[in-house]
Design a protein around this ligand. Structure first.
Ligand code: C2E
Ligand code: MG
Ligand code: MG
Length: 313
């Protein structure tokens, strides 16, 4: 199939070489992290009581995915991603329980646990290796948590208790969420920024009122949604949207992280467009603490080049 994108002449863009999309292994297999089929086939699961029981039984765990500087492959940050180690279902993806937790309100307990655990882990990594002190660990927060009065005080006390600094923590908020009281939310975000915490708008481009969110809230980082990154090599539209997001971010002096980089072609195009940071299976999937600790001990924290046939499309 030929697309008109192949005829576009952009100084930044090499001719498109289309590759087969299948790599033999699925993305989820490559991630080695979660599965969601069992939960998908049962929309009734989990119930609020299941999630509460899992909290009591300490069945939640944080995995971490490296965020890298594209030019050097140096790990500059980590995103904390929750998983449920279910005794019979295996490692369950957050997409299968976070929405239930949000609806039932259990998200506050899960969110507080996740924040406390990430702060404690920041401290452990810094104690193991002081050079890790420069890393920033991003934690996803649901809108309910952001809007909760007292979030700033809560985070301040968690950081103090864990012995971690605000600059070591990032908070990610997805933009696909309606914020009813922009003024109150802005105050919360300012308070967090004052602690040195960086604030990322997650899944940028997918929600509504993206631009007005940018205008209203003091975010310092945009995370370009994977749906654009995955199409950058095959779609002119995705390519130009990413270019426009990068220009916008530059003008607003915001950092950009491209999410879900899976292939060398995506990596090369993003670098050519001047995108500075990225994360994705091309570098590393979300990994348990032990494996991340090993990566943090690599010289310069620089990830090695994936083999040309690393299973990516
Ligand atoms: P997110 O914050 O946008 O996280 C990125 C998601 O993309 C993660 O899915 C990650 O595993 C996946 N990913 C990363 N690189 C690649 C790639 O190259 N290819 C593909 N196909 N996927 C990639 P995950 O871990 O299943 O998390 C899904 C969503 O669940 C997250 O999206 C976030 O919105 C939410 N979430 C995760 N942990 C938490 C948490 O602790 N609290 C809250 N409130 N939400 C969370
Ligand atoms: Mg995120
Ligand atoms: Mg995202």
């Amino acid at each position: 199939m030929t697309t008109k994108s192949e005829t576009i002449k952009s100084p930044l863009r090499p001719p498109l070489k289309r590759k087969p999309v299948s790599s033999g292994r699925s993305s989820s297999e490559r991630s080695g992290s979660t599965h969601s089929t069992s939960a998908r086939s049962n929309p009734e699961w989990p119930r609020q009581a299941d999630i509460r029981r899992a909290m009591q039984r300490r069945e939640f765990v944080l995995y971490y995915q490296p965020e890298v500087e594209l030019e050097t492959r140096r790990i500059v940050g980590l995103e904390a991603l929750i998983r449920w180690q279910h005794p019979t279902r295996g490692l369950v993806s957050p997409i299968n329980f976070i929405p239930h937790a949000e609806r039932s309100g259990v998200i506050h307990a899960i969110g507080n646990w996740g924040l406390a655990e990430a702060c404690a882990q920041i401290h452990r990594w810094t104690a193991e290796n002081p050079a890790s002190g420069s890393l920033r660990v991003g934690v996803n927060l649901s809108a309910g948590q952001f809007l909760h009065a007292g979030l700033t005080d809560h985070v301040r006390s968690l950081l103090r208790k864990a012995g971690a600094a605000g600059r070591q923590l990032g908070l990610e908020m997805t933009e696909s969420v309606f914020i009813p009281d922009v003024h109150a939310a802005t105050e919360v975000l300012r308070g967090l920024r004052d602690l040195g915490i960086s604030l990322s708008m997650d899944d940028f481009g997918t929600g509504y009122s993206s631009l007005s969110n940018l205008h209203s809230f003091p975010f310092d980082t945009l995370k370009i949604d994977r749906s654009f990154v995955s199409r950058i090599a095959g779609s002119d539209q995705a390519f130009h949207i990413i270019r426009a997001i990068l220009e916008l971010a530059r003008a607003l002096r915001m950092e950009v992280i491209a999410e879900g980089i899976e292939t060398r072609e995506q990596f090369d195009l993003l670098r050519q467009l001047g995108c500075r940071y990225g994360q994705g299976f091309f570098f590393a999937p979300p990994l348990p603490v032990k494996e991340i600790s090993r990566l943090l001990r690599l010289p310069g924290r620089i990830l090695s080049e994936p083999p040309p046939d690393c299973g990516m499309a």
